[in-house]
Design a binder for this molecule. Structure first.
Ligand code: DC
Length: 208
C-alpha cells in the first residue's frame, strides 16, 4: 500500500503523513528532507546551489542517516532545497531511493510535491493537502513566535509565496495535484479533522 501526500509548504502534509504512518504501522518518508540534504551538502562543499554537477554528485552520494540533521529543519534549508529541486538531474538521482522506499511492505507514506504525479503515479491513495498562503504563513509565524524568533509575518508570507511559485513553476515535476488525488483544504480544518477525513478515504479504498 502506497500513500502519496503532496502539497505546499506549511499545509500540514508532514504532520498528516506522520500521523497516518503511525496509525497504519507504515514507514514514512518526508521527501523534502532529501532535497534539503542535497542543498546542505552542496553548500558544505563550497559550491553554489545552482551548480548542476555539485548538486547531482551530492544527490548521488546522499546518506539517509544524515536526514535527522536538525540543520535541515529551518526556512533557509527549505528555500535552498527548493533551488536544487529545480535541477532535473537531481530529481532523477533521487527517484530510485524514493520508489524503493515506497515499495516496502506492508506500506509506506511519502510526502512531498510530486509523489502522486511522478514518484508514485500508481499510489493506492493520493492526497493533495493545501491551505491559503495567509493561513500557512500564520501557522509558520506562530511556530517562529513560540520559539522566540523575531521574524515578521510579512516576511514569512513573502517566503511562502516565493517558494510556492518556484515549486509550482519549475519545468520538471512541478508541485501539482494529481488528477486522481483527493484535495484536502486545511484552511479551516484542524489536524484531527484532516486525519479523520484521510483515514475514512483509506478505509474506503481498502474495502474495494
Ligand atoms: O516539504 P519541504 O518544505 O521540506 O520541501 C523543501 C523543498 O524541497 C520544496 O520547497 C521543494 C523541494 N521538494 C521537491 O521538489 N519535491 C519533493 N517531493 C519534496 C520537496
Amino acid at each position: 500500500m502506497i500513500i502519496a501526500i503532496d502539497g505546499p509548504a506549511a499545509s500540514g502534509k508532514g504532520t498528516l503523513a506522520k500521523r497516518l504512518a503511525d496509525h497504519l504501522g507504515y514507514a514514512c518518508l518526508d521527501t523534502g528532507l532529501l532535497y534539503r540534504a542535497v542543498a546542505r551538502d552542496v553548500a558544505l562543499r563550497g559550491f553554489r546551489l545552482e551548480d548542476t554537477w555539485a548538486a547531482v554528485s551530492a544527490a548521488r552520494g546522499l546518506v539517509p542517516a544524515s536526514f535527522d540533521d536538525p540543520a535541515l529543519r529551518g526556512t533557509a534549508a527549505g528555500d535552498a532545497a527548493s533551488i536544487v529541486a529545480k535541477i532535473p538531474a537531481v530529481r532523477a538521482a533521487l527517484l530510485a531511493y524514493q520508489r524503493d522506499f515506497a515499495a516496502q511492505p506492508p506500506g509506506a507514506v511519502l510526502d512531498g510535491r510530486d509523489i502522486g504525479t511522478v514518484v508514485c503515479p500508481n499510489a493506492d491513495v493520493k492526497i493533495f493537502v493545501t491551505a491559503s498562503p495567509e493561513i500557512r504563513a500564520r501557522r509558520r509565524f506562530a511556530e517562529f513566535e513560540a520559539r522566540g524568533a523575531g521574524v515578521a509575518y510579512e516576511t514569512v508570507l513573502a517566503d511562502i509565496l516565493a517558494r510556492d511559485a518556484r515549486d509550482a513553476g519549475r519545468a520538471d515535476a512541478p508541485m501539482a495535484k494529481a488528477a486522481d488525488a483527493m484535495l484536502l483544504d486545511t484552511s479551516n480544518l484542524g489536524i484531527e479533522a484532516a486525519f479523520d477525513a484521510v483515514v475514512g478515504l483509506i478505509k474506503r479504498k481498502i474495502s474495494h
